[in-house]
Design a binder for this molecule. Structure first.
Ligand code: ZN
Length: 241
């Protein structure tokens, strides 16, 4: 069982970046809950633990100490960007990142940008608390700019939030080598007309009907013990005569 730690940035009294009617903390929470739901629904042997599942404030050190105590296999911290410019998507690892963090960043970044499109601001390294203090491979994603009009419009679309969630899920799954659950396909019940003999039984049914053992009715119906008795009785009479 793999354990994934998803950290929704900000929360409660800390809204993160605010612009164009969007609060970063809300997008981060929505994406985080979506990742948990989809990853656990689609893949085998994975559980997703969350820094927060509601709009509450958490100190940065609480987030990383909980993730470290849980022994998570990886951590992804979800954020939106601000600072103007043309907007776009970027990811961060620690400046002295482990090989695991570098691989995780590569997998996540590629998967998310392929779903999201738009401006790729690159795979970056910075001395950020969340990626520095996490003992496991850790990456922080900056999912579009709330203060860039075009990006803000995107963040208001359910399909864009969906693409961000999907990108994270695929990136995490490919990094961990998760296997998709097998969908149980219920066999479709073959509806048959009990008044028509099956193809394979046509000749025999015709024969036993003509000889009077069966009355020729309802060839597809189940036989009761008494009906079988009647057939045996007819057979015996035939043999004895
Ligand atoms: Zn943030």
């Amino acid at each position: 069982m793999k354990t994934v730690w998803i950290d929704a940035g900000h929360g409660g009294k800390d809204p993160g970046a605010v612009a164009n009617g969007i609060q970063e903390k809300d997008i981060a929470l929505k994406v985080s809950l979506g990742i948990k739901q989809r990853l656990e629904a689609v893949y085998e042997d994975v559980q997703v633990l969350l820094s927060r599942s509601t709009d509450v404030f958490l100190e940065l050190r609480d987030r990383t100490s909980k993730a470290n105590a849980a022994g998570a296999d990886l951590l992804v911290s979800i954020h939106c960007n601000a600072g103007g410019g043309k907007g776009g998507f970027e990811t961060f690892r620690y400046t002295k990142a482990s090989q695991g963090s570098i691989k995780l960043q590569e997998a996540l970044h590629k998967a998310i940008i392929s779903k999201l499109g738009g401006i790729d601001r690159g795979q970056k390294a910075e001395n950020l608390h969340m990626v520095r203090e996490s003992k496991m491979p850790a990456v922080l994603t900056e999912n579009l700019f709330v203060d860039v009009g075009a990006n803000a419009d995107q963040l208001k679309q359910a399909s864009v939030i969906d693409a961000i969630i999907d990108g994270h899920v695929q990136g995490i799954a490919s990094y961990l080598g998760l296997v998709k659950k097998v969908k149980e396909e219920k066999p479709v019940a073959q509806e048959r007309d009990i008044n028509v003999p099956s193809k394979w039984a046509e000749t025999t049914w015709k024969e036993v009907t003509e000889k009077g053992y069966f009355d020729g009715k309802r060839p597809g119906a189940t036989v009761t013990r008494e009906e079988l008795g009647a057939v045996v009785s007819r057979l015996l009479k035939k043999v004895e005569s």
